[in-house]
Every structure is written in structure tokens, then in C-alpha cells.
Design a binder for this molecule. Structure first.
Ligand code: SF4
Length: 367
């Protein structure tokens, strides 16, 4: 069977070469060619012996996913719709800022978790992305952004993509093994060499998987919190019924023992009249009392029939001020790439739902 080498991190690639009777250092060479230099043609790998190149061409491919559509916003934000077969597409977004370039990466085709404010969740779920489809988003974005790794001038060496956030479509920790393998490639100096502090996994709160991530690949952690008490979170983020807030906060504390940053980022979507009152802010302070954290307030991006509206700006400011006065760092996410629907929670992609979510939702609307 032909192996797609983009599915393998360095240890797995070394095992692949061992099976071919080759030395482990070949894995490092291949990682550099594929990820560092973006080369997918074995013929161009000039420091690999010709006989090995020919052997590789018989048993392996290097196959990134295909881009279906690229859109560029007036503010420089870029969005790619990635073809993941069978009529499905996922989205990847690059957000340039003065001091960093952040790539928002998807982990699943759709999402099975049904957070009620989320347009991805509303579309249903099709399947997990493979490692090559996850790391392929970084590979493609690097190519599209025109980074030439052979340019060794100071400007050329500067990373265009300095940060990766696993915040696109899907719940990354529900696709644990593939996501961790992709994270290993992002962190590998022979591949992208990103710092653990600059790679963030965002989860809705799968407690056992948070513990596994801490042990297997601790990177920066963001938690989609969105509500300060169980009754409200059960509705907005239904996975809360399985892993309620007390368990989630305990998992965050355990995570910080090994995390590369000494805080968790709590994301909080601002929903008008639902979770944005003074009382909610006070409950939130009480909830996170023992968890070193920062807050990221996200003005809700309305989508058709979501049933929610964006909090009024004065209520967002009031909420933010209560948290800041208690000594927390709070950012309010700016909406980027609005003209190309690239804002958070708007990554729709194309999902052939296997969960009948759309049908269920339409029935609920009709009732
Ligand atoms: S917010 Fe995240 S976990 Fe929840 S439905 Fe959307 S993609 Fe899934």
C-alpha cells in the first residue's frame, strides 16, 4: 500500500525507513524536504541517494490536500477552502498582525458536539481529518504565503506563520491521535520548529483528553468556556453535561503543571442577554478563582437562525471591566476578515452531515 509521508511524524517516519532497511537519519532528511522546503517530488531531494529516491517513489507519496478556493480580505486575512474529498471541505484562516502571523487550523469535517452558538456545530459531523489533512493546512498556507525557506536573509528567515491555533472546524481533542501527530510535526525543528508556547489547542472541555494532552504533547491550552455556571453551559456547550465545570476547572489546574504557559485562556462568546450580565461576570470570577487564566471575549458572529444576537458593545465593555478590575488580562477579539466570512465561528466549510443534525435542527425550527 502506498504511504502518504505527510501522515507521519519523525518517529513514525524513522520506523517507516527502518522497514525499508534504511538508517533513521533519513527521517530527518525527509522531514526537512517535505515541511521545511515544501518539496513533494522525491526527484528534487538532492542529498538522498538516487536508488532510495526511486524506491520511495514506488512505495510512498507526499500528497498535501488540494485548495478549492482562496479568499483574501481587505485587512490581509486569507482563507482557504481545503478539499477533503467526497464533496467535503474544511477551512483554514491566516490572520496577519503586526507582531505575529496566526494560522487557524481545522481538525474535523464538521463537529459532533452541537454547541448551540457555533455554525460548524450546526452543520453536523462527517469525519476526522487525517494527519496529512491537518498538517497539510500549514504546508499549503506556507506555500501560498510565498515563504521561501531557502531565503536565509533576516527577513526571509522570519516566520510568516509564527503561531498556530487549533480553533478551526471541529473539536481537536476528539481527533486526538491525528492532532497530536500533527502537533509533533509543527513542533519538530526539522519541520516547522514552532514553539510550544505558540501552538494552541482549543477544546470545549473533553476532560480525559486534556489530561492526555498534558502528558503526551503539552502545548498552550484554550478552553471554550462561554458560560459561568453548569445550568447555562449545559445549554450552550452540551458536552458540559458529561464533564461539568468543577471537573473542567480541575483538569485545567492539572494541565498547568506541565503546560508551556502558566495560564489557560478561557474563550467566552458574548451572547446578548444570555451570558453577558454583571451577575455572569461575577460568577465567572468565582468559577476561575483557582485557575491562573486570561480571558478572550468573542463578540458573537450571528448566522441565520442561530437564535442568538451579539452582546451590545456597552455590555461587552462592562463585562470586560469587571474581569479586568479583578486583575485579569482580558482581550476582546477583533473581528478579522469579515468581508470573506473568516471570523471566528463563521468557518462553515462544506460538510456532508452523517449525524442528521441538519434534519433534526429543521424539525426543531418547524415545531
Ligand atoms: S464550538 Fe467547537 S466544539 Fe463546539 S460545536 Fe463548534 S467546533 Fe464543535
Amino acid at each position: 500500500m502506498t504511504v502518504n509521508l505527510l501522515d507521519l511524524d519523525q518517529p513514525k517516519l524513522a520506523a517507516f525507513f527502518a522497514e525499508l532497511g534504511e538508517k533513521p537519519f533519513r527521517a530527518k532528511q525527509l522531514m526537512r524536504w517535505m515541511h521545511h522546503f515544501g518539496v513533494i517530488d522525491f526527484g528534487q531531494m538532492t542529498d538522498v541517494a538516487k536508488t532510495l529516491r526511486e524506491k520511495l517513489a514506488q512505495v510512498a507519496v507526499i500528497q498535501p490536500p488540494q485548495v478549492k478556493l482562496e479568499q483574501i480580505s481587505e485587512d490581509g486575512t486569507r482563507k482557504w477552502l481545503i478539499d477533503v474529498g467526497a464533496g467535503n471541505g474544511v477551512e483554514t484562516v491566516f490572520i496577519p498582525e503586526a507582531d505575529r502571523g496566526t494560522l487557524c487550523v481545522s481538525s474535523q469535517v464538521g463537529c459532533a458536539l452541537e454547541c448551540t452558538f457555533c455554525s460548524t456545530g450546526r452543520q453536523g459531523f462527517n469525519r476526522n481529518l487525517s494527519v496529512s489533512e491537518i498538517i497539510g493546512q500549514l504546508w499549503l498556507a506556507n506555500k501560498a504565503l510565498g515563504r521561501d525557506p531557502r531565503d536565509q536573509t533576516e527577513e526571509g528567515r522570519e516566520r510568516i506563520i509564527s503561531n498556530v491555533v487549533m480553533m478551526g472546524m471541529g473539536e481537536p481533542l476528539a481527533n486526538f491521535d491525528n492532532v497530536v501527530t500533527a502537533l509533533n510535526i509543527m513542533l519538530d525543528d526539522s519541520a516547522y520548529g514552532l514553539s510550544r508556547r505558540r501552538v494552541t489547542v482549543s477544546t470545549s472541555g473533553l476532560v480525559p483528553a486534556i489530561d492526555r494532552l498534558r502528558d503526551e504533547c503539552p502545548v498552550a491550552l484554550a478552553v471554550s468556556l462561554h458560560a459561568p455556571n453548569d445550568a447555562l453551559r449545559d445549554v450552550i456547550v452540551p458536552i458540559n453535561k458529561k464533564y461539568p465545570l468543577a471537573e473542567l476547572m480541575a483538569a485545567c489546574r492539572r494541565y498547568l503543571v506541565k503546560a508551556p504557559r502558566d495560564f489557560v485562556t478561557f474563550e467566552y462568546v458574548m451572547l446578548d442577554g444570555v451570558n453577558d450580565t454583571v451577575e455572569h461576570a461575577k460568577q465567572l470570577l468565582e468559577l476561575v478563582r483557582d485557575v491562573p487564566c486570561k480571558f478572550n471575549l468573542i463578540p458573537f458572529n450571528p448566522f441565520p437562525s442561530s437564535g442568538y444576537a451579539t452582546s451590545k458593545s456597552e455590555n461587552i465593555r462592562r463585562f470586560r471591566d469587571i474581569l479586568m478590575q479583578a486583575g485579569y488580562v482580558v482581550t476582546t477579539r477583533k473581528t478579522r476578515g469579515e468581508d470573506i466570512d473568516a471570523a471566528c465561528g463563521q468557518l462553515a466549510g462544506k460538510v456532508k452531515d452523517k449525524t442528521r443534525r441538519q434534519a433534526k435542527y429543521m424539525m426543531e425550527l418547524a415545531a
